[in-house]
Write a protein that binds this ligand. Structure first.
Ligand SMILES: Nc1ncnc2c1ncn2[C@@H]1O[C@H](COP(=O)(O)OP(=O)(O)OP(=O)(O)O)[C@@H](O)[C@H]1O
Length: 310
């Protein structure tokens, strides 16, 4: 009898629980036993249709303090695992450290303590090509047109031919309602349009990179455009199987898009509370009126309020 059937004789639901608990198991089991168990999970033909789930990002005991700052650390001793192909949102009160967390993951800030492991690699210098990071400000280059701004990631790291990349970008520009402004400069665009271009550029940078970090990408968009981009992003995510981490203050956005949500509270007694979004996919706006959606939103509000006043 193998390890898993010995431990969990009843079936796949236990295998699922086992994968969810893998971080806890790591602490409990000798390495070799864990390795064999993981192999068995991966080889299980019935588990999620036989697909293999791997951890793309692992954060272990992460602490960040700004150098020479007299304030307590922005966050301390945070740990989390993100699996390949997941959509995970990070929420939390303003100033709790969400952007700082993303900057450390992206390798722009060096952790004070702890480890960030991406694809089994903990070196920040090799992270660059593996992460597409979209910061809160759009950071478009003012002297470049929309098309040339989107081509920037290609210039830094050419993975496909220029012509292929341009035709890919043109398709995306039209998806985003930006086809008419291809030759416009950033100062000629509205705030929402700039944000869409920046998001599109991140998608170009992230083609195949695996992990996308989006810091409040939709905050400046009007409600209708936001809906359209949500729908488009969900389709794209489904098609490309990218792993996405998103910072947002919009709880409904987090629920609509995510598999899991982390609620961050920063400071010395930092905490990352995990909320699993067990809503069926594909998702659409009508879900907002479903009892489960409403219950989850209330739960998020309750926890957010409790974390804030803590
Ligand atoms: N360069 C810096 N030097 C010192 N402190 C900083 C610096 N940048 C940010 N901070 C502080 O770190 C804390 C976390 O900031 P951060 O931008 O990560 O928060 P956030 O959760 O993303 O906020 P928001 O939701 O408002 O965008 C804040 O108290 C902020 O004032």
């Amino acid at each position: 009898m193998n390890f898993l059937t010995h431990l969990f004789p009843t079936g796949n639901e236990w295998v699922f629980i086992c994968l969810h608990s893998i971080t806890k198991l790591k602490r409990m089991l000798p390495k070799q036993v864990l390795f064999e168990a993981t192999q068995e999970v991966y080889q299980s033909q019935n588990f999620l249709g036989g697909s293999i789930i791997t951890t793309i990002l692992s954060i272990q005991g992460l602490t960040y303090s700004f150098p020479e700052s007299e304030h307590p650390p922005v966050f301390a001793d945070l740990s989390m695992d993100i699996r390949q192909g997941e959509f995970v949102s990070v929420i939390g009160a303003s100033g709790c450290g969400k952007s700082t967390l993303f900057k450390t993951i992206a390798g722009l800030l060096e952790p004070t303590h702890g480890k960030i492991i991406i694809h089994s690699n903990s070196s920040s210098s090799t992270r660059l090509g593996q992460i597409a990071y979209m910061p809160q400000q759009d950071l478009l280059l003012p002297w470049r047109t929309v098309l040339d701004n989107c081509l920037l990631p290609w210039e830094i790291k050419a993975r496909f031919s220029k012509q292929q990349t341009i035709s890919h970008i043109r398709k995306m520009l039209s998806h985003f309602g930006l086809a008419d402004v291809e030759q416009a400069y950033p100062h000629e665009l509205s705030g929402g349009m700039k944000q869409r271009v920046a998001f599109l550029r991140t998608l170009v940078a992230g083609g195949g990179a695996g992990l996308m970090l989006l810091d409040e990408p939709f905050g400046a968009l009007d409600a209708m455009t936001k809906r359209e981009i949500h729908r488009w992003l969900l389709e794209l995510w489904d098609e490309l199987g990218q792993t996405v981490m998103l910072i947002t203050h919009d709880l409904e956005e987090a629920l609509l898009l995510s598999d899991r949500i982390y609620l961050l509270s920063g400071g010395v007694h930092s905490e990352l509370q995990e909320i699993v979004v067990d809503l069926p996919r594909p998702r659409h706006y009508k879900l907002n009126y479903e009892p489960r959606f409403i219950a989850l939103r209330e739960e998020l509000e309750r926890r957010l309020y409790a974390a804030h006043t803590f």
